[in-house]
Design a protein around this ligand. Structure first.
Ligand SMILES: Cc1cc2nc3c(=O)[nH]c(=O)nc-3n(C[C@H](O)[C@H](O)[C@H](O)COP(=O)(O)OP(=O)(O)OC[C@H]3O[C@@H](n4cnc5c(N)ncnc54)[C@H](O)[C@@H]3O)c2cc1C
Length: 452
């Protein structure tokens, strides 16, 4: 279940026929940031957001709450794709680092209370092979614009002085990452956009979007410009092969007692992930629980989006088991579980596209690194549509378009094979105490287009 479902509705359903300057499809972080910045740039514009379910119903209300500087895609591929090459990819990375701070400053300015805390991120290596992957990641980070203080290599003891993970081989620390409660963030942002004069509609599914005209169940909207901000749900607008919905599942434990926190540490409230191929991501919540996520059922045939996010008991057991292996002897009781979808393009690179002739744009394909990407993407979409030239409108993902995914059943087979291979590779590396990444994992990455 998503946090958002537990709250009462706040915004009305759209009906009738009206005119707007900018119509935004999707009430997640991308749509809401786009609306927020469009109004900031031109307060007189009539801007409306149409959400099929509830604000934050999609990944924006269901995520792991990492506001990170991870760019949505592979920096090397972006560098190859644009004229500016590596410098352009570095500028992209720098924009994401500064955006983490801009998001936090905006939350403060708008008085959005989302349990935000900038404690950084820790990436744990459970094997020597995992540590080598993290070292390679650090070298790539340094080559693409981070400095030594922004990606720090930790010894096992340094790591355990922050979070006491059993048997950890060391890891990385990234200071420029903040934790948030995702549902509080997205609803707080909707309230801020609404205060600026953005019209927000819930339970208002857009059935079709042609240039200048949206059709909804109970009416139509004539619009100057349309932003498609539907990420993993974009199939009906952009085509099922343009990006696919990949599932991610989470659990949150009951609050842990003082004695457990004494043993675990985690006083810095860092976000946490690991270097496994079937990686996890986690946070210590403001009310002293652990929220942890992983892949779950990776992909549903024909790009299914998984409805309200019911989560298999086996996934709940798997995630609980990961916590038990990190912190042996501590009992974890999962209290809630939920799932959601994120949008993944064929080469895992996101893109912000604006077609001035049609007056339609989109910002999609964040591949699971979407909280900051939605901020940068939504803001960029507003700037492009309103003819502003900024540092963001020339970033390498602007105008970027990955090739299409294969038709079914090839893509189902491909994605499932990739995750199967990743699972086998993790077990192989752990069992053999491998120092190098297994060939099985390398093959899986290639199959999925993660590294080309
Ligand atoms: C379990 C999980 C954990 C994650 N953890 C993290 C994390 O810790 N950090 C991070 O950076 N990223 C994370 N992500 C990814 C991140 O949450 C997303 O990339 C980001 O929230 C996408 O925002 P969005 O607004 O583009 O899309 P969404 O939040 O998916 O919003 C799209 C909205 O469009 C609506 N919609 C769909 N069709 C229509 C229609 N026809 N008409 C009107 N509305 C429509 C949907 O109901 C939905 O509300 C995670 C994702 C998941 C699923």
């Amino acid at each position: 279940m998503s946090n958002v479902e537990a709250e009462s509705p706040e915004y009305g359903q759209y009906q009738g026929d009206s005119d707007v300057d900018i119509a935004i499809i999707g009430g997640g972080l991308t749509g809401l940031w786009a609306a927020y910045f469009a109004k900031q740039l031109e307060p007189s514009l009539k801007v409306a957001v149409f959400e099929a379910e509830r604000i934050g119903y999609g990944a924006s209300g269901r995520n792991g709450g990492w506001v990170s500087a991870l760019v949505p895609g592979n920096r090397k591929k972006f560098a190859k794709a644009v004229q500016g090459g590596v410098d352009s990819a570095k500028a992209f990375q720098r924009e994401f680092i500064s955006s983490v701070n801009t998001i936090l400053a905006t939350l403060e300015k708008e008085d959005i209370q989302a349990d935000q805390h900038k404690g950084g991120t820790l990436s744990a290596a459970h094997t020597a092979a995992g540590l080598n992957r993290l070292k390679a990641k650090r070298s790539a980070d340094l080559a693409y614009g981070l400095d030594e203080s922004e990606v720090q290599l930790l010894s096992p003891a340094d790591f355990q002085s922050r979070i006491n993970i059993a048997g950890v081989h060391g890891g990385l620390y990234y200071p420029d990452v903040a934790r948030v409660n995702p549902a509080k963030l997205v609803r707080g942002l909707a309230a801020a956009a609404s205060r600026l004069g953005v019209d927000i509609y819930e339970h208002s599914r857009v059935i079709s979007a042609a240039s200048g005209l949206l059709s909804l169940g109970r009416g139509t909207v004539r619009t100057g410009k349309t932003f498609i901000c539907t990420e993993g749900y974009s199939g009906p607008f952009l085509g099922k092969r343009r990006l696919i919905p990949i599932n991610s599942s989470m659990i949150v434990t009951r609050p842990l007692d003082e004695a457990a926190w004494e043993r675990i540490g985690w006083a810095g409230l860092e976000c946490l992930n690991d270097s496994a191929h079937t990686f996890i991501y986690a946070q210590r919540t403001a009310d002293n629980r652990i929220a942890i996520g992983g892949r779950g059922t990776p992909y549903r045939f024909a790009s299914g989006t998984g409805g309200h996010g019911q989560t298999a008991a086996s996934t709940v057991r798997q995630l609980t088991g990961r916590l038990e292996s990190f912190f042996p002897g501590i009992r974890f009781e999962p209290e809630h579980a939920w799932s959601g979808v994120l949008g993944v393009t064929r080469d895992w690179n996101g893109g912000v596209n604006w077609d001035p002739a049609a007056g339609i744009g989109s910002s999609i394909g964040y591949a699971g690194h979407g909280v900051t990407a939605a901020f940068v993407g939504g803001r960029t979409l507003a700037e492009l549509a309103l003819d502003r030239n900024t540092v963001r409108t020339s970033l390498p993902w602007v105008g970027y378009r990955a090739r299409n995914w294969e038709p079914e059943p090839v893509r189902w087979l491909g994605v499932h094979a990739m995750y199967k291979l990743f699972g086998i590779a993790d077990s192989w590396e752990e069992a053999r105490k491998a120092r190098q990444t297994s060939l099985i994992a390398k093959f899986g990455s290639r199959l999925a287009g993660l590294h080309e």
